[in-house]
Design a protein around this ligand. Structure first.
Ligand SMILES: CC(C)(COP(=O)(O)OP(=O)(O)OC[C@H]1O[C@@H](n2cnc3c(N)ncnc32)[C@H](O)[C@@H]1OP(=O)(O)O)[C@@H](O)C(=O)NCCC(=O)NCCS
Length: 138
């Protein structure tokens, strides 16, 4: 498996395709509309590729004024999960941060996304913020 660095998500069709698959997965679970993460088409991406097939990605932005990387979406194709693909993408993202001298990587997930929360804990990511919402319509 190799991890490719994509400067602009929108310019790489393989990454766009996987991003749409990821967003659709969130939509089917009812998390897209209220998702505080999302894919910004100008964002950077890391793409995991094996035997010519794109199997996972991380979409992230550089937030200069906060001196951090913000991880917007992480996704691995269902049939390739639990095999270290996301960990490899995460390790590459840490490499990007180190090269840029950026000390923090942030990222959010839905309160019901226990799978992602478990993965974040395994990767030593710390819970630092809780986000509250008030809805004016049901
Ligand atoms: C979350 C997701 C990206 C993880 O990808 P993955 O390639 O299966 O993860 P990895 O195999 O690299 O696992 C990383 C670590 O988390 C652990 N882990 C993976 N899935 C887990 C799960 N469902 N429950 C508990 N731990 C899990 C692994 O054991 C591994 O730890 P280890 O290396 O110490 O053994 C993948 O399940 C996914 O795409 N989910 C749907 C999309 C999603 O909800 N994205 C978040 C949107 S904000």
């Amino acid at each position: 498996m190799t991890i490719e660095r994509i400067e602009t998500l929108a310019k790489e069709p393989r990454a766009v395709y996987l991003a749409l698959e990821a967003l659709n997965g969130l939509r089917l679970r009812g998390w897209l509309e209220e998702c505080c993460c999302g894919a910004n088409w100008n964002s950077h991406a890391l793409l995991a590729v094996e035997d010519g097939e794109s199997i996972g990605l991380i979409i992230y932005q550089t937030v200069d004024w906060k001196n951090k990387l913000d991880l917007e979406i992480g996704y691995v194709r269902p049939d390739r999960r639990r095999a270290g693909v996301y960990r490899a993408l995460w390790d590459e993202l840490i490499g990007v941060a180190r090269e840029k001298g950026i000390p923090v990587i942030s990222g959010a997930t839905h309160v019901d996304n226990q799978e992602m929360q478990a993965v974040m804990s395994r990767l030593d990511r710390q819970l630092k913020w809780l986000t509250y919402e008030y809805r004016l319509t049901p």
